[in-house]
Design a protein around this ligand. Structure first.
Ligand code: NOJ
Length: 559
């Protein structure tokens, strides 16, 4: 039976940077309400809102201190109720983050837990005694944290370590404890009863941990990044099935789990095969690293690794086909801006439009990240104060302050990959602060906001924004909606080094998508298919070109 989320087009909102309605420099819930008309104009029918719960904001809300309340930065529970109502009136469904792996250290449970070894909340978190070598205190294991350093933090009061795979203000919950599982189930129920339509489940791959045995990888590093020690372990599936049975199965909702970069297709199938009753779809990270961006030397040009990218798309499109459902996205709040990552500043329009065609004609539920639809870029970081992300400050402390890395090298190295890239204020207009707020925003702004902004792009018929609107309209509301949602995916011309080409084969219609992923021109061989219609072209072609221009992309109905 068809599900509503199979024909949804999602839009991710990083609330802190989306729209500030009360001019305190921070985006908020009323800001989202103000922009619902814009979202309808864009054409999406589903939004994912990043965490807005009470939080000390060490990690911008992924560190929750009260799951049942809204942070005063963002508004109130009444604002959320108003948002749900008004969004639903416009046919827009809402999913929110369900944060199951950790809380803030300022959460009541943790404040109690750290008080004594026999506190009733002690076992809500993962505590372990120190080890000693040559009289020196050592962490219970040598595992690294995602944000730098060890995944353990020592707590003086009881003389034990607690686990924290993200920041030290984000202690990991102990999912072995049934009380913890019940508490999180209650949280999920609370928000579903308020009327939300599902969850993006944060860091779900990490809720199970392996036995505390040292890692033996990368011998030169003190803390070993062997993420498998706490990623995608079999026990996670037991926990999810329990959540499904207790909560998810009782509502008509969608769930999408964040399963990170290490998940294999076989892992994904465990999460999302329908009769396993866990999740509806997962976000994988594989396509996030298909260029030389993360280890680029100074001055080196960014280049997409075309064969790698093609093979990853193929892997996920064919790997789950006919068996489960996919989620597709280019970026989120943890990745560089799409245009600065896989686009080309010499061809901003062409490359941005090509990337939209390339991904959003595949099968799966798509998610645009706010600002992607207008071609926002990474900002320019000048000093360490321009970075807001806790993970950058943790690495700065270790690399620069403790190990004396040159600060300029450090800034160069992290500027490209920092999560701050995606978190600059949304560029609504050419007004001061990009129309995001009337006060100085909490984060730096991209200096191109006078050119790249929603207001300008609404006016310009050829803008990236208007192109995204076309893509969304074709996907949701045209005679091609069935073949795009459910048609069989099949890659062709697999060995081509510049072209990515795939078919979508439905019961009555067939679509061919051709994308030049590079800035080079090339001649296209004769197509084996008869073209019936040009559905979309980023060069506004009236017939199929013999020579493919830089970043050219075309969607054809064929037979
Ligand atoms: C994944 C989220 O996307 C990221 O922003 C956050 O820091 C971690 N999970 C921890 O919650």
């Amino acid at each position: 039976m068809e599900k509503w989320w199979q024909k949804s087009f999602g839009y991710q909102i990083y609330i802190r940077s989306f729209k500030d309605s009360n001019n305190d420099g921070i985006g908020d819930i009323q800001g989202i309400i103000e922009k619902l008309d814009y979202l309808s104009y864009l054409g999406v029918n589903l939004i994912w809102i990043c965490p807005f719960f009470a939080s000390p904001m060490d990690d911008n809300g992924y560190d929750v201190s009260d799951f049942y309340n809204v942070s005063p930065d963002y508004g109130s529970l009444n604002d959320i109720k108003e948002l749900i109502l008004k969004a639903h009136e416009k046919g827009i469904r809402i999913i929110i983050d369900l944060i199951m792996n950790q809380t803030s250290d300022e959460h009541y449970w943790f404040k109690e837990s750290r008080k004594s070894k026999d506190n009733p909340y002690r076992d809500y978190y993962i505590w372990a005694p120190p080890r000693y070598s040559n009289g020196q205190r050592k962490e219970p294991t040598n595992w690294a944290s995602f944000f730098g350093g060890s995944c353990w933090e020592y707590d003086e009061l009881t003389g034990e370590y607690y686990m924290k795979i993200f920041s030290k203000k984000m202690p990991d919950l102990n999912w072995k404890n049934p009380q913890v599982r019940n508490e999180i189930a209650k949280v999920a129920e609370f928000w579903l009863d308020l009327g939300i339509d599902g969850f993006r489940i944060d860091a779900v791959a990490h809720i199970g941990k392996s036995e505390f045995i040292d890692s033996t990888i990368t011998p030169d590093e003190k803390y070993k990044p062997e993420w498998e020690k706490y990623s995608n372990l079999p026990i996670v599936h037991d926990y999810l099935r329990e959540m499904y049975e207790k909560v998810f199965s009782k509502y008509d909702i969608m769930t999408v789990g964040e399963v990170g970069g290490r998940a294999l297709i076989s892992d994904a199938l465990l999460y999302v095969t329908p009769n396993r009753h866990e999740l509806n779809m997962v976000f994988n990270f594989d396509h996030n690293w298909c260029n030389n961006g993360w280890n680029r030397q100074k001055g080196e040009k960014l280049v997409i690794n075309v064969p790698h990218m093609k093979s990853i798309f193929d892997k996920w499109q064919t790997g789950l086909q006919g068996k489960a459902w996919n989620a597709i996205y280019w970026l989120n709040h943890d990745q560089p801006r799409l245009l600065s990552h896989y686009g080309d500043s010499r061809y901003p329009q062409e490359s941005a439009k090509m990337l939209a065609i390339c991904l959003y004609f595949m099968w799966g539920t798509p998610f645009i990240y706010n600002g992607e639809e207008i071609g926002m870029t990474n900002p320019h970081f000048k000093s360490i104060d321009d970075f807001k992300d806790v993970s950058i400050h943790t690495q700065y402390k270790i690399n620069v302050l403790e190990n004396h890395q040159d600060i300029e090298d450090f800034i160069y190295q992290v500027s490209y990959s920092t999560r701050d890239n995606a978190r600059t204020p949304m560029q609504w207009s050419g007004e001061e602060y990009g129309g995001f707020s009337k006060s100085r925003p909490w984060n730096i702004l991209c200096d191109n906001y006078q050119k790249i902004n929603v207001e300008n792009e609404i006016e310009d018929q050829d803008s990236i924004l208007n192109f995204y609107r076309k893509v969304i309209a074709i996907r949701l509301n045209s005679g091609y909606n069935d073949v795009i949602a459910f048609g069989k995916y099949q890659q062709i011309k697999k060995d081509h080094l510049k072209l990515y080409a795939y078919l979508r084969i439905g019961s009555t219609k067939k679509i061919l998508v051709l994308c030049n992923l590079t800035s080079c021109e090339f001649n296209l061989d004769e197509l084996e298919y008869r073209v019936i219609n040009i559905i979309l072209s980023n060069y506004d072609r009236k017939e199929v070109p013999k020579t493919f221009a830089p970043f050219e992309a075309i969607v054809l109905e064929v037979e």
